[in-house]
Write a protein that binds this ligand. Structure first.
Ligand SMILES: [Zn+2]
Length: 478
C-alpha cells in the first residue's frame, strides 16, 4: 500500500451509504453452468487436491545427460533429472499438439556464480556473479547457477522450485523451436516471451502432478502450493514496468500464466500475445518517490489498520460495521484464529498487531511478506462479518474461497485515489504469497480452515479482484 497525496487527520470509521454488494447478488440458477464451474476448494486446475509426497521420486536412477562444468553434486543432479523429464514431456507433446519434433537443448552448463567464470551462450555471456538460470537461443543452451540460485530455491520452496524454474527455461526452447507457431519473432516483447515460458512450465508441471514424470512427483496440495509460491521469489522487482526490456512480470501475473498452462495445456500458452498482455497485466510502477522509497509498504500500525477498516467499511457499506479491537479476543462461537480472528457472536474482528507486523514487514531474510499480506489477513476476517450480514455460512466448504474472493474485491477498490491508503506495486504479489502460506487466513473460514487448494485460493482472489464482490457470491455461493 502507499499513502495517497491527501490525508485526513481523522481515522473515525465513516459510514457510507452505498450499494449492497452481497445481499442482492447471491441468486444462483440451478443447472446453469458457471463459466468457472470447475473452481471448487478441492480442485487444483481440475485435478483433485491430494497430499502425497512432492520432490524427487525415490529409487529412480538419475538421468545421464552431459553437463559442461558439472560438479556432480546434488543441485546438478536435480537439474539434469528435470531437463530429462522436460525433454520426455515435449518429445511426446510437441508432435501431438503442434505437429513438430522436439529438439533437446544442445548444451547444458552448470556454474557457480561465486566461482570461476564460464563463457556460455555462444561465448556471449559470462557467468561470474550471475545468480540466474537462462536459455540462450543462439546455441540452444540452458545454463544454471548451482552455487546460489538453485540452493536458495530448494531452501525456500523445495526441490520442485528448481524443476519449475528449469521447465520455464525449456519453455523458451519450445517457443524458439515453434517460432511463428508460438506467435513470436525478434520483435516480441520480453513480457510475452516470459509469460509463455511460465505457461509452458505450468503445462509440464501438470504432467508431474499427474504422475507422468519419471524423476519427480508433486501433490496438488502443499507441493503445488510451494511451486506457485515460487513466483513471488522470481518476480520482477516491485515497481518495474511490464514494458521493460527484460520484464518477466509480477507474481500475480506470473502465477496466472503458470496456472493457464497447468489448466489448459501448451496450445493455450502459444496464444499468449501482446493483445492479451495489454488486457490483463497488472504489473505497475510505484505511484511516486515516497512510495518507491518505502518499496510499496507502509508500517503495520494501529492507525494504518484503522484506515484499512475504514476502507473496508466504505466498500462493503455495512449498516453496522464490525468492531475492530486489540488484542486477540477469544470467542464463544468460533475458534480464535491468529493473527486476527472474527467472532460472530459479538461481530468483532480482533487483532494481534505484533504478529501482523511480522507478516507485514518484509525482511532481507524473507521473514515477512509485505503490508498487503497483513492487511489482507484483517480484511479476510472483516468480510466474514459481511458474509454473516448476508446470511451466508461462515464455515461451509465455500467460505474460504468466498472470503478470498471478497478480499480480492476489496483490493481492487483500493486502486482508487482515496484519501488515505492506495494499492501499490507489489501488493497483489504479497496477496499471492500470503494466500499460499500454510496458515494464511485470507482463504479460510471463520475457524481458520483454508480452502485445501492453494491453486483455487489464488484464482478466487483474482476473480474478486477483477470482477468485484457480486461475482464472489455467485461463484462461491452455498
Ligand atoms: Zn524466461
Amino acid at each position: 500500500m502507499s499513502t495517497a497525496g491527501r490525508r485526513l487527520g481523522s481515522t473515525v470509521f465513516a459510514l457510507v451509504a452505498a450499494i449492497a454488494l452481497l445481499s442482492n447478488c447471491s441468486a444462483k440458477v440451478a443447472g446453469t453452468a458457471s463459466p468457472l464451474g470447475q473452481l471448487d476448494p478441492g480442485s487444483a486446475g481440475g485435478m483433485p487436491v491430494n497430499t502425497g509426497q512432492s520432490g524427487p521420486r525415490p529409487g529412480v536412477p538419475d538421468a545421464t545427460l552431459p553437463v559442461v562444468n558439472t560438479d556432480h553434486g546434488e543441485m546438478d543432479r536435480l537439474a539434469v533429472n528435470t531437463i530429462s523429464d522436460v525433454d520426455d514431456y515435449w518429445t511426446d507433446q510437441l508432435p501431438k499438439v503442434f505437429g513438430r519434433q522436439f529438439q533437446p537443448a544442445a548444451t547444458l552448463t552448470s556454474y557457480d556464480s561465486d566461482g570461476a567464470n564460464v563463457r556460455v551462450c555462444a561465448g556471449r555471456e559470462n557467468t561470474a556473479g550471475v545468480v540466474n538460470a537462462f536459455y540462450c537461443n543462439l546455441d540452444n543452451s540452458v545454463s544454471w547457477d548451482r552455487g546460489e540460485l538453485l540452493p536458495t530455491l530448494v531452501q525456500n520452496f523445495g526441490p520442485l522450485a528448481v524443476t519449475m524454474v528449469l521447465a520455464h527455461e525449456m519453455g523458451h526452447a519450445i517457443q524458439t523451436q515453434l517460432g511463428p507457431l508460438s506467435g513470436v519473432n525478434n520483435a516480441t516483447p520480453s513480457i510475452v516471451l516470459e509469460q509463455q515460458a511460465d505457461c509452458y512450465a505450468g503445462s509440464f508441471m501438470r504432467s508431474v502432478a499427474e504422475g507422468k514424470a519419471k524423476h519427480f512427483q508433486m501433490s496438488t496440495g502443499d507441493g503445488l502450493n510451494k511451486v506457485l509460491a515460487t513466483t513471488f521469489f522470481v518476480r520482477d522487482d516491485p515497481g518495474s514496468s511490464f514494458k521493460g526490456k527484460s520484464a518477466h512480470g509480477n507474481a500475480f501475473d506470473r502465477v496466472f500464466a503458470f496456472q493457464t498452462g497447468f489448466t489448459d495445456g501448451p496450445k493455450r500458452c502459444a496464444q499468449i500475445d501482446v493483445n492479451e498482455i495489454n488486457s490483463r497485466i497488472t504489473e505497475t510502477a510505484f505511484r511516486n518517490d515516497e512510495d518507491a522509497s518505502q518499496n510499496g509498504n507502509v508500517p503495520i500500525t494501529v492507525a494504518n489498520l484503522q484506515i484499512v477498516a475504514k476502507a473496508l467499511g466504505d466498500v462493503f457499506a455495512k449498516a453496522a460495521p464490525p468492531k475492530l479491537v486489540t488484542p486477540l479476543a477469544t470467542c464463544a462461537d468460533a475458534k480464535t484464529t491468529s493473527p486476527t480472528a472474527y467472532c460472530p457472536a459479538t461481530d468483532t474482528v480482533s487483532m494481534d498487531v505484533a504478529k501482523l507486523k511480522v507478516i507485514g514487514t518484509p525482511t532481507k531474510k524473507g521473514g515477512g511478506i509485505g503490508d498487503f499480506a497483513a492487511f489482507g489477513e484483517v480484511a479476510s476476517r472483516y468480510v466474514l462479518s459481511v458474509q454473516k450480514a448476508a446470511n451466508l455460512p461462515l464455515d461451509d466448504a465455500n467460505t474460504g474461497l468466498r472470503t478470498a474472493c471478497l478480499v480480492g474485491s476489496w483490493g481492487a477498490s483500493m486502486k482508487k485515489e482515496t484519501d488515505q491508503l492506495v494499492l501499490s506495486a507489489g501488493d497483489l504479489d504479497e496477496a499471492v504469497a500470503e494466500l499460499l502460506a500454510p496458515n494464511s487466513l485470507i482463504a479460510a473460514d471463520v475457524n481458520g480452515k483454508p480452502a485445501a487448494s492453494g491453486f483455487a485460493r489464488v484464482e478466487a482472489f483474482r476473480i474478486g479482484f477483477l470482477q468485484g464482490a457480486g461475482t464472489c457470491t455467485q461463484q462461491f455461493g452455498n
